[in-house]
Design a protein around this ligand. Structure first.
Ligand SMILES: Cc1cc2nc3c(=O)[nH]c(=O)nc-3n(C[C@H](O)[C@H](O)[C@H](O)COP(=O)(O)OP(=O)(O)OC[C@H]3O[C@@H](n4cnc5c(N)ncnc54)[C@H](O)[C@@H]3O)c2cc1C
Length: 310
């Protein structure tokens, strides 16, 4: 089917939408304002003279409970860009060597443009016009899937009040991620520390592509209260919590990343596609607070757009 569809966001929901449209014979274009593919499945490089290591400062792992996502995982394991993480039941997975490798491999045959920010989505006669910030020019499409986090999606879709109504019903927790490293890997180091049920401000700490590079996440209550506080204050608070765990080792601070919209607290309820125009929304905010849910939501948006366009 020769239809022109744009997908806003190269996170897992965007990639899943594009893959599903491709299975229907529709080639879509994914655009994303960020420098790299993946959205909240993010990876940051630490270069040394001889090699590079990668922090995973967003999603730490993914699960596969649905058959659709299990297929994706099994393909990735066979093709060696996904591996099992730890020894959990149900199983958890990570990209191999990095979380970004998961997305890069999954999207190998898709058309993706990074560093393109969409500023407006507007209906015209039979088409949907989309404006991007750099060329400030309207480009028309037969269909649009927007996978931007719900509050930002709400701003973007101001010509589609029914979708806005859906987007207004959800909410997110924030998360503050502190990336740190060791010159020398401590002797008795684990690969991860689940701190969710422990007192303090952290929820999770885990290594990235090697035991040298680590990310610590603050828990929901600390994050929601403090995400907009001074970065030096946040750095100090988190560093002092980490030091308790690694008091015998020298910890090097690398950087701080603040996720305003990290994990879905309350899902959005309502229609996923506009009643009149071929504009759909997708993302974790419709299905649940994780990678797999965002993937499923992308599949559903593609089904809805395909039905509308055929
Ligand atoms: C710190 C943290 C830890 C997490 N841990 C886990 C975990 O361990 N396991 C798990 O399963 N899930 C985890 N999650 C949740 C998981 O990462 C998300 O549910 C999932 O990645 C969401 O995917 P998405 O495609 O819906 O959205 P995103 O990944 O947010 O993708 C949206 C994309 O839209 C782009 N965008 C936004 N505005 C525009 C615009 N105007 N124009 C163009 N592009 C735009 C953004 O750059 C982004 O790339 C975690 C999330 C965070 C932040």
């Amino acid at each position: 089917m020769s239809k022109k569809v744009i997908i806003i966001g190269s996170g897992i929901a965007g990639i899943s939408s594009s893959l599903k449209l491709k299975s229907y014979g529709i080639n879509s274009t994914i655009v994303d304002k960020g420098n790299f593919i993946g959205g909240r499945i993010s990876t940051k490089e630490l270069k040394s003279d001889t090699s590079s290591s990668f922090f995973f400062h967003g999603a730490q792992f993914f699960t596969a409970k649905t058959n659709k996502f299990k297929e994706i995982i099994q393909t990735g394991i066979r093709q060696r860009y996904i591996k099992e993480f730890g020894n959990f039941n149900p199983k958890r997975y990570r990209g191999d060597k990095t979380m970004r490798d998961f997305l890069l491999n999954l999207s190998k045959e898709l058309h993706i443009q990074q560093k393109v920010k969409i500023t407006e989505v507007r209906p015209t006669n039979n088409k949907i016009c989309v404006t991007e910030d750099k060329i400030k020019e309207l480009v028309s499409y037969d269909g649009v899937i927007s996978t931007v986090p719900a509050p930002q999606n709400y701003e973007l879709l101001n010509h589609f009040p029914l979708l806005q109504k859906t987007l207004k019903t959800g909410s997110y927790h924030s998360c503050i991620a502190l990336m740190f490293s060791f010159d020398k890997i401590p002797f008795d180091l684990k690969t991860h520390y689940d701190l969710n049920k422990q007192p303090g401000i952290l929820s999770w700490m885990a290594s990235g592509s090697s035991q040298k590079v680590w990310t610590a996440h603050t828990n929901e209550s600390f994050s929601d209260l403090n995400y907009n506080k001074d970065r030096n204050f946040l750095k100090k608070e988190i560093m002092s919590s980490i030091e308790k765990f690694f008091y015998r080792s020298k910890i090097k601070f690398h950087s701080l990343h603040i996720w305003r919209y990290a994990k879905v607290a309350r899902k959005c309820l309502g229609p996923q596609i506009d009643p009149k125009y071929p504009v759909a929304i997708a993302g974790d905010f419709l299905e649940g607070p994780n990678v797999e849910a965002a993937f499923i939501s992308g599949n559903k948006a593609a089904d809805l757009i395909f039905d509308r366009l055929k």
